[in-house]
Design a protein around this ligand. Sequence first.
Ligand code: ATP
Length: 357
Amino acid sequence: MSEFDVELREVTKHFGDVVAVDRVSLAVERGTFLTLLGPSGCGKTTTLRMIGGFEYPDSGEIYIRGVPMGRTPPYRRDTSMVFQNYALFPHMSVAENIAYGLRERKVDKATIERRVEEMLRLVELEGFGKRRPRQLSGGQQQRVALARSLVIEPTVLLLDEPLGALDLKLRKQMQLELKRIQERVGITFIYVTHDQDEALTMSDRIAVMNRGRVEQYGSAEEIFERPRTRFVADFMGAENILDAEVVQADGRSALVRVAGAQLPVRGDGLQAGQRVALVARPYRVKLLEDPAHQDALWQATVQERVYKGSSVAYLLQLATGPQLRAEVLVGAGDGHAEPGRQVGVAIDPTHVVIVRE
Ligand code: ATP
């Protein structure tokens, strides 16, 4: 049997002239929490719907546990889908809603009762079995929808922005809850969202999508710490993305020119003359009170200073053009200045990331 629960190979889907999904390949290992992340219209939902069999690819193939799905309809796939609007049956009790999939499969009554109780415990709704969906809060209804999808023990659970209708506080709570449930049941979850914090909180793997393509596929940490393209860095909220050009490259390291200064960086496969961008987290940017400090790469004027308790956030206007954000810990001896002051700016080159355009 395949080590992958789900595999997409070169999957493409058009709607008229629109390429919704463009040659997407992904391999999802057993028991993974995968998030498809990207802006509106990037093809996340279409990808999810194709895995569930609600749409079929124009070309390419989707495999579930190694079996090609072709045009297998949803009810014959080992997948289950949770929708944003819950789609619970209003005239049935919570227990009947959860039992539905088992009754359809002609499971015996005693087993159904036991499984429904297990599910109510899993989603922390013990004692709610007799209620109707309308007697529950939005968050509780979402848990019932989850229980109803999990009770049939699918290989893969598909979730399309399931927390979209909840307020922020409940949403945060449910994110942790979903992660806990996924770890407990050990089933592969494929989750669609446009919210990067949500993706980082829950996922083992994230596929960042842009215009129908997967721009980067990796762990939450890789996507956040080591974005490979400007789009991914930007979408993950990188504060400092500076235009740069490769001056010299020898395969493993390179020299890049950024806002008039030259910086040695690590970087596989860079080529001299290539246009790239440099990404540096604000806490990696060093503010030097003496503008002529020997470590200074640039001179800058302090534009903004915001006290944030444990740190101070600065907006620095470099003399050579772009702006940089810096975050300096309160209590750090050096590295503080008032707005209007001239300062020096440095970055530790081992802590920058070079991304492709
Ligand atoms: P959102 O977060 O807004 O749901 P998404 O990333 O899930 O966006 P999709 O819904 O997969 O994106 O849509 C991808 C592209 O395909 C969009 O340009 C969309 O307008 C188009 N599209 C999706 N479904 C259909 C359809 N049934 N008919 C025509 N075009 C469609």
